[in-house]
Ligand binder design. Structure first.
Ligand code: SF4
Length: 369
């Protein structure tokens, strides 16, 4: 049986970062209570469904993402986590992650999160260069990020991820090098790498900003990977690096096609065949929950071919790659050509992307579908 994950979306943010295109709610803090109640109802609804309930499969991972989940105060987080425990069974040693922004973490909050049973924190640092933090419209500066990190350590968190963003227009190589070294030096267990992209519903999109060329970004990507490796982080996915044994179990479940439950506004769920998504509008989500309706707005049933291709494409993003026999026969000719061109490597029964292949994997994936 494949591991089961639970994702809960908390959309509240105190401001909108200029690059952000996630489902968020700014200036809606007064709705937090109502939202947590709605999540409780959605959990109860799920528990009462044929697939749900405490008797059903135990959760391997729980992930509170957003938005800024750490903006919920202690009372709301308490209610939320009690509802999770009441409506689901958790495996022993389940990975329980909460995303946090540096400005919403102090020592009291860090200790509270620890007491609540979170055992992994994903800290939205993005950069330790104040110029770029300002450019991104973040609500913290570098000293605040470092302070938040140390508060988490003081509260005995031993599994911390930090997000690192790069590819800012005009970003110099040595500037990025300093940023990566400073972040790596903090010595977290995990680092997730994000390339700045200009998404249609972000504030950057309206400004028609131009990004730097692909060649420069490829050089910067390889430099980051090298620095992180020097600091003991092993790359295990195209954008993710971890100390030994600290890979994200939650993300791994996504990448290996395992099922997940998604709760909250805009959340997605997958049962191994059907992908479903909740309404992305907060008001609509709250209305549906208050009327005892489903939050699901749409779904798509994946064909056998789509399921196989998802496993192949996600699998190639991971360093461990995939088994050769997972590649459908009618795609093997193209894959063999990419092996000859040095983008992929076949060793025995394993197929992996090479360093060169990782730089163009999105393009290869698009051509393969
Ligand atoms: S904190 Fe995260 S979710 Fe909120 S606006 Fe910024 S990037 Fe978006």
């Amino acid at each position: 049986m494949k591991p089961l994950s639970l994702y809960i979306h908390l959309p509240f943010c105190s401001r909108k970062c200029l690059f952000c295109s996630f489902v968020i709610a700014v200036g809606q803090e007064h709705r937090r209570e109502e939202y947590v109640r709605a999540l409780e109802m959605e959990m109860e609804h799920h528990a009462a469904s044929p697939a749900g309930g405490r008797a059903a499969q135990k959760l391997h991972t729980v992930y509170l993402g957003g938005g800024t989940p750490s903006l919920l105060d202690e009372r709301h987080l308490d209610v939320l986590m009690n509802a999770v425990r009441k409506n689901f069974s958790l495996q022993e040693n389940a990975e329980i992650t909460i995303e946090a922004n540096p400005e919403s973490v102090d020592i009291a909050k860090a200790k509270f999160l620890k007491r609540q049973g979170f055992n992994r924190i994903s800290l939205g640092v993005q950069s330790l260069n104040d110029r770029y933090l300002k450019f991104l419209g973040r609500g913290h500066d570098a000293p605040a990020a470092v302070r938040a990190y140390h508060c988490l350590r003081e509260a005995a968190f031993d599994n911390i991820n930090m997000d690192l963003m790069y590819a800012f227009p005009g970003q110099a190589r040595d500037e990025l090098q300093r940023d990566v070294r400073a972040l790596a030096h903090l010595n977290s267990e995990h680092l997730s790498l994000y390339t700045l992209t200009i998404e249609p519903n972000s504030k950057f999109y309206a400004s028609q900003m131009k990004l730097d060329d692909d060649e420069k970004l490829a050089d910067h990507y390889l430099m980051i990977a090298r620095i992180l490796q020097e600091h003991g982080f092993a790359q295990y996915e195209i954008s993710n690096f971890a100390k030994p044994g600290r890979e994200s179990a939650h993300n791994r479940n996504y990448w290996t096609g395992a099922p997940y439950i998604g709760l909250g506004v805009g959340a997605h769920a997958f049962d191994g065949r059907r992908r479903a998504w909740n309404t992305p509008r907060l008001q609509d989500y709250l209305r549906r929950m208050s009327q005892g309706m489903s939050a699901v707005e749409g779904h798509e049933d994946l064909t056998d071919e789509q399921l196989v291709m998802e496993k192949v494409l996600f699998g190639l993003r991971m360093n461990e790659g995939i088994r050769w026999d997972m590649v459908p026969f009618h795609k093997r000719g193209r894959i063999e050509a990419w092996i000859r061109d040095g983008f992929l490597l076949r060793e025995g029964e394993r197929l992996q992307a090479t360093e060169r292949g990782r730089l163009v994997l999105d393009e290869l994936s698009a051509r393969l579908i």
